[in-house]
Design a protein around this ligand. Sequence first.
Ligand code: B12
Length: 348
Amino acid sequence: MRTWARELGFSQIGVSGVDLSSAEPGFLDWVAKGYHGDLHYMVQHGTRRLRPAELLPGTLSVITARMPYLPRDTPPDWAARERARLQRPGEGVVSLYARGRDYHKVVRGRLNKLCERIAEAVGPFGHRAFSDSAPVLEKELARRSGQGWQGLHSLILSRDAGSMFFLGEIYVDFKLQESAPVSAHCGSCTACVDVCPTQAIVAPGVVDARRCISYLTIENKGAIPEELRPLMGNHIYGCDDCQTVCPWNKYAQKSEIPDFDERAPLVGQQLVDLFLWDEETFLKRTEGGPVRRINHERWLRNVAVALGNALRQASGAQAESIRAALRARLDHPSALVHEHVLWALKQG
Ligand code: B12
């Protein structure tokens, strides 16, 4: 199974049992504190997220997998390069995972291929494959099955792969021997906690989604809270800051498949140009990628915030071009866009 998984682009597979009861109090506490914000899907499935056999009756084991997503041509100093982008306020930064093909389809598709191979060998079996596609406690399943430990930023981290990978699972109706968890190696390092621009890591291993730039730019459908806007810098879709400072990510692996290669033109683009995209251009340039998930309206909202942040640091002709781009969108029919543009204009 390991060989097949590697052939399909996975770097490791493991096996977890289905009793996740020790994770229930932590999850329920997270929800009780409201850290999920408007992520209603985190609560609406009740205990099915916490109990695999309730989601897919008959599930006896969970095969877990991780797939690296750094593009094939990633240079060794990629993390430093990503951090350098944050120092160029006129440029928009789209998080690394979102620059290629939508991973939900890629990972699940390849897990289904793995299932076909297993079925060829052992005969038909009951199963379902997931990758962020259903109420599944993916990090806990990964942690238990030895994919890595849960870092202070709450992501799964591995000594030989850092955290730049997606998780996926196959619920199966037969019992497999569980793989052992690994020990944690964050030590006394708090780099991710310290760097988070919005201080979203509120305790070790606990993220308040409502403050996380990933949530604010992707999941949040409404206005971005005003007090958080100046802290978002030039992030326009997701955020990798807690990962690019992590020392373990010097071991991050590159993907072996073309799906996660960067699709032009999301990387290194000027905000004023991105703000000019009409809806048709937005849909065309984001086809097949995760950025499509937010519509053109939220795209403009995010870019407006970044432009406001750039305006605060700009002067002369650069400031004037930002103002001109923002003014050109003042009559946008969406009240959401209009309000964020007004805010941005007030920044400089
Ligand atoms: C909701 C969600 C989000 C939310 C909330 C984030 C969060 N930390 O929960 C938002 C939108 C903010 C988000 C952001 C991102 N996400 Co997300 N997200 C999810 C999702 C759908 C559910 C996660 C979840 O169950 N959260 C609920 C909380 C309660 O779980 P938890 O964080 O593990 O909390 C536990 C700990 O707090 C623990 N605990 C309590 N005390 C302590 C103390 C210590 C020391 C420790 C270690 C733990 C601990 O108990 C809790 C319960 O078990 C998963 C997919 C899935 N179905 O699982 C992807 C997933 C976690 N996301 C992923 C990614 C890639 C991201 C981003 C990097 C995307 C980006 N570049 O913008 C960021 C990273 C931000 C971050 N630091 O978390 C990947 C992570 C892969 C990995 N290597 O771990 C996943 C697994 C998707 C996938 N299939 O690959 N995400």
